[in-house]
Design a protein around this ligand. Structure first.
Ligand code: SAH
Ligand code: SF4
Length: 352
């Protein structure tokens, strides 16, 4: 069914019994299209070194209170080995935006090593920001096949309120990067933060429209969580309460499952930061991806995008069991050992 902007807005404004109805419909769409299977991607927070200065982010280059790190190759390989042993099927390499040729070559080398280690079996998603088409192509050739680059907000004006207005943080460059990712052959993932200062419901409606028009394969949306060492912190008193941000994120997930039933949708970590049951609730209303954090413990606390970011603690074994339980509480089973590619992407590809 085609939903227009009015339908989407009505769904996002639903409360009480209507909201429960939306959630129930979205759960049914999930079951019918992608099934009650949640796929895991072990999240490796590769580096908190970042050239950018996004106004919301705790690891922005302008924050002098951060101890900067970059994982060495051995640590990344250990994490990849752990993910394989646990049957996670895929990992995500995420980090700040770095543009040096050394960085590009290092990621390329790591990708080759992961593919070698796993006999090509471990899926790899990248989330390393805006890069050139050439870099995207090199990393794809080295074995990465999915990429996450959030638009943060599809509204140009709002985007410019969330970022410094300069060449390094340019809306059009962001769009171009998303198009380049598609050209390079990746499954394309994007997303937005929900509850940022100045955001309206109409912005969120437009975000859903944007996802549709960009023909995305994957989506990660999470609540905005303020961080005191960032410029946006000064607007904290005008924010919606965290409970509102939670409910609106769930509604965005549910609406996206209705509008694009076959894409992969993540139950993001930021949900857990404001509600211990946040990710279970997201899986219940349409999400089908979880990214357990498998970053080595010594650096994990330095990758603080926002405050209150949950940490799995040192016992990654029991964390794995807890992830399994949270998935089962949502009525899903874990798709162990599978890549869990976007069904939407697969069908598009098969039609070609
Ligand atoms: N540097 C890369 C990847 C790391 S940031 C990039 O920017 O794409 C990953 C995501 O963290 C961002 O896309 C942003 O949506 C999210 N994030 C950053 N600061 C946040 C905050 N204060 N609250 C919620 N999410 C935040
Ligand atoms: Fe850097 Fe990403 Fe944070 Fe922006 S959101 S400052 S690009 S890590």
């Amino acid at each position: 069914m085609e939903y227009n902007k009015d339908d989407i807005k009505r769904m996002l404004l639903a409360e009480g019994a209507n909201k429960e109805l939306l959630f129930a419909y979205a759960a049914e769409e999930k079951r019918k299209n992608v099934g009650n299977i949640t796929y895991l991607r072990g999240l490796v927070e590769y580096s908190n070194v970042c050239a950018k200065n996004c106004l919301y982010c705790g690891i922005r280059s302008g924050n002098g209170n951060v101890q900067r790190y970059t994982l060495d190759t051995v640590s990344v390989m250990d994490a990849a080995r752990f993910a394989m042993a646990k049957g996670y099927g895929s990992i995500v390499l995420q980090g700040g935006e770095i543009f040096t040729p050394e960085h590009v070559a290092r990621i390329e080398d790591i990708l080759h090593k992961i593919k070698e280690l796993s006999n090509g079996e471990l899926g790899v998603t990248l989330s390393l920001g805006e890069q050139s088409l050439d870099t995207y192509r090199r990393w794809f050739a080295a074995g990465a096949h999915r990429y996450l680059l959030r638009i943060e907000s599809s509204d140009r004006e709002l985007y410019n309120k969330l970022h410094p207005v300069n060449k390094l943080h340019d809306y059009d460059t962001r769009i171009e990067a998303l198009n380049n990712l598609r050209t390079a052959g990746y499954q394309l993932g994007t997303g937005v933060m929900i509850g940022v200062p100045f955001q309206t419901i109409d912005n969120l409606v437009d975000d859903i429209e944007f996802f549709r028009s960009m023909d995305i394969d994957m989506c990660g949306m999470g609540p905005y969580v303020e961080h005191r060492d960032t410029p946006l912190y000064k607007y904290k008193d005008m924010l919606q309460p965290t409970g509102w941000r939670m409910e609106m994120t769930l509604k965005m997930i549910a609406v996206l499952r209705m509008v694009l039933p076959k894409v992969n949708i993540a139950a993001t970590t930021a949900l857990e930061a404001i509600d211990p049951e946040g990710r279970t609730r997201a899986l219940k209303v349409g999400a089908n991806i979880i990214m357990p954090n498998i970053t080595p413990g010594i650096v994990r606390d330095s990758y603080k995008l926002y405050e209150g970011k949950p940490s799995p603690g040192d016992d990654l074994e029991s964390y794995g069991a807890a992830i399994n339980e949270l998935v089962e509480r949502a009525g899903d089973v874990v798709g162990y050992g599978k890549w869990g590619d976007s069904l939407y992407f697969r069908e598009k590809y098969e039609q070609k």
